[in-house]
Design a binder for this molecule. Structure first.
Ligand code: IPT
Length: 956
């Protein structure tokens, strides 16, 4: 073997050399395999050729090398650091050249064959994922090299194996020509990040096979044919099937769908091997301009899923993949787009088993070429076409036997070009049973559906009505929003408004939230790190934290909102007629898996409950169901019905009683609090008292209510801007976060104009305005009391030319001690004007700490809506009208200044905001801002709070 170093392959546009043709991924029933995951020896070099390849030779002593976990990324194991860019290539764009500084990781593993490893037959070495380019040697023999990070590559190695001391050497380059095709919005994370496996291949083993299992919904039959490179027999004992490969049979079956994921266990037996089959019978077709499965149009309630783990990056273990699937199912998600590469193959097994529609997307994105108007885009350059076809075929061949995969996607954000057309043609030729998706070509030249990302509600409605124009071909295609509702930070807002559109127009076949999980990296000082935290010279900050799950997989309020908005059963009604309308919003299943119940609640406390009998409803059907008579002798107070649909029995993805859908129907109105203004303001030593209220005589500032000190109570319009308030740099719409700050709404001054004591009132007149501007808010605080309770009415009137909405409108004050919080209103979690569907009216409690939502980049969070009354810090507060409650151990200014959660240190006071209104949240960190109806317009407003001292809520 030569010791001279050849690295030309790194910048070669061809897919590689030496690997076997792609084929279906499966785990054999009887052929042996050996996992080569585990601890490997590791050496990092700064360039592709800094070290020669002598390390691949037998007898090389790597005793002084570091150790590294495979699968894994070296930059997450203390060798170098990760880089985050959205679409900018973190190297000069000069395809296919890459920088001389090309971190290169040599990986070495010595292994013995297990005692029972058969001596006959061959063997295959399989890499399920290596970023971005690898060269492989076994026992000193160069096997070849490959690119295509999230795709499998196999090498025939049987002739090289020894019983002991096999030396497997893998050289991995961070940058390669392949990097130009892998410009997805995520961390750049080199390494052998998926499994490495040695597979015994007995003589007569199966090679590749293609399971064709269709369903005829008219006849109720499935047709099965398994095409196999190696002849054999296919058995499905449950169906009495025993036939030769290549032959087909039609039998009555239960179909597979995401709602009813019926799988039949079968076996493919060749002369040398038995392969387990999990067969789901289903037919996907484009008919009547719609994507139909088993004859029915489907509505995708989807998410975009990147593979992510806060410590292990994209090296996911099975438990994490399973957790993702369970979390999706438990939150009513029915579809996944594997953005933007084929996932670990085990994830698709889980989707088959638990039931999720999958858009399987190829490992392809060339987004950085947008910076040069897409000039030199590899997808429009014939030299790259073999690499594109290689990627398409590795995806299709690997994943073709999964019933859950219903759509192939060519890739993401790669512009347009002949290479994409070539991929589409190849895929259609190989598998005509699934429609094609690609968003980047709005003319739909190569695709079977019109797909967009981040289109606003108005445009989606136009598309739904067929008024969007476009090519003739496009006008006849169904529509999906492959990305929408950018879940960055607080949000996304407007989900319910989108869902109403999807449910109103057949052409709109649903959408996929961007995205499933925040890609925060666990960091000892920062909590979770994001772009820039590793000193990257180019980065896109926390744009990488835009998921429905926090990095530790805790559901964010956005996911809870999504769960409610996409619930499979609609439960609606109003007090009037004593009925509730139940709608089966599923596409395939009836309601038999669900149990319905009602509960009658007064002031948020359940008074009586019972089961609700709901007639069998086919998909799409509704029924008005009578509620019982309100219980006799129920206590006085605001009453409502809560109707719930829970799982009637344990399922593989959630236990019996898991809440699937719910609705609330008011039963009586709330009585607004009244306070007779009987107490008189009493002047004292530098102070004025009015009932329980103590005020500074000079400033009119409230200093205490009874024995509860109150700090700095005043009008507040500022919120720590959310990622959606700030918007993305390329957003052409108004970005209110910036406009607000530009106006100075974060540094309002409060001018005192008058403190007036009347017969039975204390009135404080002020003007609230930012420096350097003429606009402001004339604000009057009017206090009255009945001796026990203190009522504040705030009257505010905008002055000047207000062209922007307000972030919030309410009061804020500090309490010196507060911990437990009780309230009657919306809960248990946060809500904002356009993210309030999941908020349930009830009686709730929490601690101040638990009111906080841990967005990776701190920002406005934690508001509870529709609060009728709340108790905290020894005060009871009633709202007229209901208000928004926020309480935190830091000020809004501190929250605004923080860049990571670890910047937030509890102070001595708890700062409370009682808001009359909040501005909507929207999704402008990448999509549209809040719809106009959720804007908080600057307009005259009046709102009141009634304060009294309350016993400290019980602890525990
Ligand atoms: C779109 C990308 O497809 C996705 O990968 C991600 O970057 C998302 O946006 C934003 O988080 S591209 C969009 C910026 C037009």
């Amino acid at each position: 073997m030569s010791t001279h170093t050849v690295t030309d392959y790194v910048e070669d546009v061809s897919p590689g050399s030496g690997a076997l043709p792609p084929r279906a991924w499966y785990a054999s029933s009887d052929a042996k395999s050996l996992s080569l995951n585990g601890n490997w020896r590791f050496r990092l070099s700064p360039t592709a050729d800094a070290e020669d390849d002598s390390f691949a030779e037998e007898g090389y002593d790597a005793g002084d090398w570091a150790q590294i976990a495979v699968p894994g990324h070296w930059v997450l194991q203390d060798h170098g650091s990760p880089i985050y860019t959205n679409h900018l290539y973190p190297f000069p764009v000069d395809p296919p050249r890459v920088p001389t500084e090309n971190p290169t990781g040599d990986h070495l593993r010595v292994f013995d064959l297990p005692q029972d490893w058969p001596s006959d037959g061959g063997a295959v070495l399989r890499f399920d994922g290596v970023e971005s380019c690898a060269r492989v040697w076994l026992n000193g023999t160069d096997l070849g090299e490959f690119k295509g990070s999230r795709l499998p590559h196999e090498f025939a190695v049987g002739h090289l194996l020894k019983t002991a001391d096999n030396v497997l050497a893998v050289r991995v380059h961070q940058w390669s020509a392949g990097s130009y095709l892998e410009d997805q919005d995520q961390w750049w994370l080199p390494g052998i990040f998926r499994d490495v496996t040695l597979l015994h291949r007995p003589a007569g083993a199966a090679l590749d096979f293609f399971v064709h299992a269709s369903y005829d919904h008219r006849a109720g039959t499935g047709t099965l044919r398994v095409d196999s490179d190696v002849d054999g027999r296919v058995t499905v004992s449950e169906l009495g099937i025993d036939l030769a490969t290549g032959e087909s049979v039609t039998v009555p079956v239960e179909p597979w769908s995401a709602e009813t994921p019926r799988l039949y266990e079968g076996t493919l037996a060749t002369e040398g091997e038995r392969v387990p089959l999990r067969i789901g019978f289903r037919t996907v077709e484009l008919a009547d301009g719609l994507i139909k499965v088993n004859g029915r149009p489907v509505l995708f309630k989807g998410v975009n899923r990147h593979e992510w783990h806060p410590e292990r990056g994209r090296a996911l273990d099975l438990a994490t993949m399973r957790e993702d699937v369970l979390l999706m199912k438990r939150h009513n998600v029915n579809a996944v787009r594997t953005s933007h590469y084929p996932p670990h193959p085990a994830f698709l097994d889980l989707c088959d088993e638990f039931g999720l529609w999958v858009i399987d997307e190829c490992d392809l994105e060339t987004h950085g070429f947008t910076e040069q108007g897409w000039r030199d885009n590899p997808v429009d350059d014939d030299r790259w076409t073999p690499a594109l076809l290689d990627r398409a075929s590795r995806m299709v061949e690997r994943d073709k036997n999964h019933p859950s995969v219903v759509i192939w996607s060519l890739g993401n954000e790669a512009g347009t070009g002949r290479g994409l057309t070539a991929m589409a043609e190849w895929i259609r030729g190989r598998d005509s049973s699934r429609p094609l998706h690609y968003e980047g070509d709005h003319g739909c030249r190569d695709t079977d559906m019109y797909s967009r990302m981040y289109a606003d509600h108005a445009e989606v409605e136009r598309i739904g009505r067929g008024l969007d124009g476009g090519t003739l071909k496009r006008r006849r295609l169904p529509f999906v929003l492959c990305e929408y509702a950018h879940a960055m930070g607080n949000g996304p807002g407007g989900l319910a408004d989108y869902q109403r559109l999807f449910e109103s127009y057949d052409r709109l076949q649903g959408a996929f939230v961007w995205e499933w999980i925040d890609h925060g990296i666990a960091h000892p000082e920062l909590g979770y790190a994001y772009g820039g935290d590793f000193g990257e010279e180019l980065h896109d900050g926390n744009f990488v934290c835009d998921g429905l799950l926090f990095p530790d997989r805790r559901p964010s309020p956005g996911l809870l909102e999504y769960k409610k908005v996409i619930e499979p059963v609609g439960i609606t009604g109003d007090a009037g007629d004593g009925t509730v309308r139940i709608t089966n919003k599923q596409d395939f299943a009836g309601l038999s898996a669900l149990a319905f119940s009602w509960s009658y609640e007064v002031e948020g406390e359940p008074v009586e409950s019972g089961t609700l009998s709901v007639p069998a409803l086919a998909p799409g059907e509704s029924a008005d169901v009578k509620l019982p008579a309100p219980p006799a002798g129920a206590p006085a107070g605001e009453a409502l019905w809560t109707v719930r649909a829970v799982l009637a029995a344990d399922t593989p993805w959630a236990p019996k009683d898991h809440l699937v859908a719910w609705g609330q129907v008011p039963a009586s109105q709330r009585c607004l609090p009244t306070v007779a203004a009987t107490a008189r303001p009493v002047p004292g030593d530098g102070m004025i008292s009015l009932g329980p209220g103590i005020f500074d005589a000079r400033t009119g500032a409230l200093t205490a209510i009874g024995d509860v000190p109150v700090l700095g109570l005043r009008l507040d319009v500022w919120r720590a801007t959310t990622d959606n308030d700030d918007g993305a740099p390329w957003q052409s719409d108004l970005r209110y976060g910036l406009l607000w700050r530009g106006l100075g709404l974060h540094r309002m001054r409060h001018r005192l104009d008058a403190v007036e004591t009347g017969e039975r009132t204390l009135t404080v007149r002020t003007r609230v305005a930012p420096a350097a501007r003429e606009l402001g808010l004339s604000t009057v605080y009017r206090w009255t009391s009945d001796g026990d309770r203190l009522r504040l009415t705030v009257c505010t009137t905008p002055e000047g030319d207000w062209t922007v909405p307000l972030p919030r409108l309410g009061i804020r004050f500090g309490l010196s001690t507060a911990d437990r919080v009780r309230w009657f209103g919306g809960g248990p979690g946060e809500a904002y004007p356009d993210t309030r569907m999941a908020s349930t009216v009830g009686s709730w409690q929490s601690t101040v700490d638990d009111l906080q939502t841990p967005y990776v980049r701190p920002q406005e969070n934690g508001a509870r809506i529709d609060v009728r009354w709340a108790e905290l810090g020894g005060l009871r507060i009633e709202g007229d009208p209901a208000f928004w409650l926020t309480a935190r151990r830091w000020t809004t200014e501190q929250l605004d200044a923080a860049t990571h959660r670890t910047d937030l240190a509890p102070g001595t006071a708890v700062w409370v905001n009682l808001d009359h209104r909040q501005h909507g949240v929207g999704s402008q960190s990448c999509g549209p801002g809040p719809l106009p109806r959720y804007h908080l317009r600057a307009a005259p407003a009046e709102f009141s709070f009634v304060f009294s001292t309350a016993p400290a809520p019980e602890t525990g």
